[in-house]
Ligand binder design. Structure first.
Ligand SMILES: NC(=O)c1ccc[n+]([C@@H]2O[C@H](COP(=O)([O-])OP(=O)(O)OC[C@H]3O[C@@H](n4cnc5c(N)ncnc54)[C@H](O)[C@@H]3O)[C@@H](O)[C@H]2O)c1
Length: 370
């Protein structure tokens, strides 16, 4: 099969969908791998590394789109790419179709088979292609929070770890899932006093077993949350209710009870955010201040660390890419129920219920379409 990897053209997207090691594995499997020139440069992979792995470099994106039977990307194709999509071609990438009707319409019209990373789902309910980005964002949330606690950035001027004779900072994490537990581990490693608030007792019990001694697990209710954030130096929003908008757990009136110069890093901003006063920000302009509280709302945090994020993503995606290529896509969808959940569009029909519901479109079961 011909597997193609175009360079990502979305603003500030430096990740790449296949690394040279992945290209080598696909070539060993008997496939032809074509990579757009420069596709890996933002993640530290030169064209020469891909060539050494047996991939072919093509100068322009058009060359990749025209030849590839399976296109592997990181972000959804954006408007300039739509005209290049071919009917019958399979595209495997993060799509988030429910966020854009225009994107959805363009892909229905294209006749392509669209498999979305974010809806690939294991029988356990785990989303294996979202998890690596949550791991990255959770760990990065502490790094960013520590930076913005510095006085220069409007923070309290506090070192997360403290020093001998001066106590460490208090970090409160709302939600103890993948983002929250990764954030907790890093904050605890830096010596902070960490509190994780979650609604799931089962999750709190698990975290209690595995977290270091400077992490305390707290059942989340409105009263406890208000009390905890009032003495926090850094708050990390890591809440998710599957399939729903994030609940607004921190209200505007809560800010005045917080310490001036405290920092909120709301990782859950990509799903709406758990802080009433939060809005999405960018890596170029990541923070703003409301009522003396520093707000950080970067919606694509992993984009800031493409070298790590590319490897984390491709470690998780490569087995699926190999499976798709080996079976010419359709058989892989028949064999693998997790991949089938990732199927959002095929032959102009929407096969993911929530995507169809988002815009009131007709829906066909994925099983009936393969
Ligand atoms: N900004 C970014 O760049 C970025 C990157 C990756 C993930 N995310 C987002 O981070 C969020 C968290 O992702 P995750 O993978 O950790 O999800 P997850 O499902 O693993 O964890 C969410 C946790 O929130 C808890 N929760 C739900 N409601 C709660 C409430 N009212 N109070 C306290 N806890 C509550 C759940 O019990 C669960 O443990 C998601 O919105 C995800 O999209 C953002």
């Amino acid at each position: 099969m011909i597997v193609g990897v175009p360079k990502e053209i979305k603003t500030n997207e430096n990740r790449v969908a296949v690394v040279p090691a992945g290209a080598a594995a696909l070539v060993t499997d008997g496939h032809t791998v074509i990579i757009e020139a420069g596709a890996g440069s933002g993640s530290g992979f030169s064209d020469a590394l891909y060539q050494a792995a047996g991939a072919q470099i093509v100068e322009k994106a058009d060359g990749v789109w025209a030849a590839a039977e399976l296109v592997v990307k990181v972000k959804e194709p954006i408007e300039p790419e739509w005209q290049s999509i071919k009917s019958g071609q399979t595209i495997f990438t993060y799509y988030h179709f429910a966020a854009s009707e225009q994107l959805l319409k363009a892909h229905i019209a294209s006749g392509a088979t669209c498999i979305a990373y974010e809806t690939v789902e294991l029988p356990s309910g785990e989303l294996p292609l979202l998890t690596p980005m949550s791991e990255v964002a959770g760990r990065m949330a502490v790094q960013e929070g520590a930076k913005y606690l510095e006085k220069l950035y409007g923070g309290r001027g506090m070192l997360l770890s403290g020093v001998p004779g001066v106590p460490p900072a208090k970090v409160v994490i709302l939600g103890g899932g993948v983002v929250g537990s990764n954030a907790a581990r890093i904050a605890a490693g830096m010596g902070a006093n960490v509190f994780i608030l979650d609604l799931s007792l089962e999750r709190l019990r698990y975290l209690d077993d595995v977290m270091p001694a400077n992490v305390q697990m707290v059942f989340s209710d409105r009263h406890t949350l208000q009390k905890q954030i009032a003495t926090a130096d850094l708050v990390i929003g890591a809440v998710l209710v599957h399939g729903a908008t994030t609940p607004r757990l921190i209200r505007r009136e809560d800010l005045k009870n917080m310490r001036a110069g405290a920092v909120i890093v709301d990782v859950s901003i990509d799903q709406g955010g758990c802080v009433e006063t939060m809005r999405p920000t960018t890596h170029e302009n990541p923070t703003f201040i409301v009522d003396d509280i520093v707000h950080y709302g970067v919606a694509n945090m992993p984009g800031g660390v493409p070298v790590t994020a590319t490897l984390a993503l491709t470690n998780a995606t490569l087995p699926y890419v190999r499976k798709l290529a080996r079976t010419r896509c359709i058989e892989a969808l028949k064999e693998d129920s997790a991949l089938l959940k990732g199927l959002n569009i095929i032959s102009g029909k929407i096969t993911h219920k929530k995507v169809a519901e988002a815009f009131g479109y007709e829906f066909q079961t994925a099983e009936s379409m393969i």
